[in-house]
Design a binder for this molecule. Sequence first.
Ligand code: PMP
Length: 669
Amino acid sequence: MVAIVQARLGSIRMPSKVLKKSAGHPLITHLLDRLKKSTLVSEVVVAIPSSGVNDELAELVLAHGSQIFRGSELDVLDRFVATAKIHPAEAYVRITGDCPMIDPGVVDQVIDLFLQEKLDYACTGTSYPDGFDVEVFRAEKLFEAGEQARENYDREHVTPYIKRAARTNSRTLEYRSDLSDIRLTVDEPEDFGVMDSIFQYFGPKHFGIDDIEALVVEKPDLFLANQHLQRNAGAQMKTGEKLWARAKRVIPGGGMLLSKRAEMFVPSGWPAYFSRTKGCQVWDLDGNTYLDLGYMGIGTNILGYSHPNVDEAAARVVRDGNLSTLNSPEEVYLAERLTEMHPWASMARFTRSGGEACAVAVRIARAASGKSKVAFCGYHGWHDWYLSANLSVESALDSHLLAGLAVEGVPPELAGTSIPFRYNDLEELQRVLSTGDIGVIMMEVERNTPPLPGYLEEVRALADRFGAVLVFDECTSGFRREFGGLHLGYGVEPDIAVLGKTLGNGYAVNAIIGRQEVMSAANRTFISSTFWTERIGAAAALAALDAMELEGAPREVEQIGLRVRESWESIARNNGLAIKIQGLPALSTFELDGFSQAHLKAYFVSEMLGRGYLVSTAFYASLAHTPEIVEKYLGHVDAVLARVSALGPEGVRAEVGSGGAGLGFARLN
Ligand code: PMP
């Protein structure tokens, strides 16, 4: 009877947990010392992944006087089979490294049951606390699983195949009372806290499950800190989900962009992190591949992910040098390229992100107009100038950004300096401008709905009449119909335009372009940042512009978007659903009448994820969305919307069974 303990340092949820010390000893040695007290286990082997990161664990186990075997990290079943071949036995006991409080008495009881009843498989049941898990199985069953099991799940979790194969000759041992809500395993930091206080409570004295049961009655508070965690949650979770949970402990909000938070898509099951991309394919941390027919990097990649020419331009920069005391020549070439593309503009500045580019545009526009107030419409980033709109009227940004957005940390002194206006409402803009001191009008040319005839021309005229600098924020709309900005198509020229997102096709670069007399106001203020000089951004943008022009990307993504919209319409109609589609064709979003958007989105995302797609209730078109890929996607959308129709709003809500997905920016119509 050989016990195989699987342990590693690369746990996603809590790296190096088995080395954490409690009552003076690493958890793994607690586990091994306890296991050695079993009278029926004849030999203990710790099966450790062969990768170098686990060397420290291997050395510690050897120094502790235990045996080790090094094998595959992800194919844990193979690690067990290989261990078993070197340590022959009639049967094996599986113990996992996250159970340092394992009770040797319980181990012996399970082995005894296994032997007495001549079973193929025996294990502890859920009435035992989580962390007292023991499994015993016959050697032949292990080898059979090693040969036959194909699914990743079976190979990662070692025993599912064995359990299925031994179904008719297996038993589960239950405890005399129900301790299922006690967690004495280590998956999360709260678990360690509970375990640590219990090891400290008992000190050097050996304790078993009976002592734990007594302690639960005597000191229930000791067991509270990890009660909210779910049993075996990890087995069902994707690696990315585990990492996302970890991220939220060390990164406020979990990540840097609201629109990439896992909760914005679906309450559970979102892969959250990627390892690789190509075209519109995205690989998660478990090696699963998805087709991205959703946000495509939140609108950054209309050429598709990992475009060879753009990547090569970036790679060349990496080889030659990305930054030095001297400047990057590419920024001059890019400024010239963009001002040629926009004949009304003659100068450019660059930043990394869109929010900073908008802040730069506002600073230059304020300096040029000599007036500080901003009239704005739509979303323009996270900076103080913008968020201050929510200081004076709590709901000012509700229809521009996120309803109820909190703005703590924005100086209250800025109240009244940024004033919102509604798109396509000239009277409102005129009213705002009449309040005086408006030096800047900041808006998107078009987002949710097209401009009414003459609207943009009239905005231009109002800007001139009131002495305000007109800024078109084309961060996101640029290159999604016109090569340059949408304003080129409408024939209305701003004083400044901001371009970004897809400008570098996935590399960080935004541009602020403008008339010479306006842009030169930048010389009368201070706008400067070290990493705006980084070479990759400008080099990638030059390559992306060449590729976008050559491949006719702006017109093509609009056509792809139109095709998808038409199909959404007909799919919805055929399924008896009333759909509302908004946005530029290449940035389309949908809602269904009568359905809560939060629940619809969570349901749609979850169903499509199961079919191998990363989506939202949105489609951001890219050249990687070939007709074949789009057709397949639409086939799945049809199947999912048929279910949505059959379930109805209440059914969808019940299926999602939570508050649903987070909702993104609601832009003004
Ligand atoms: N302006 C507009 C119109 C945008 O759509 C965005 C991004 N959604 C931004 C500014 C901000 O860009 P970034 O997220 O790169 O800061």
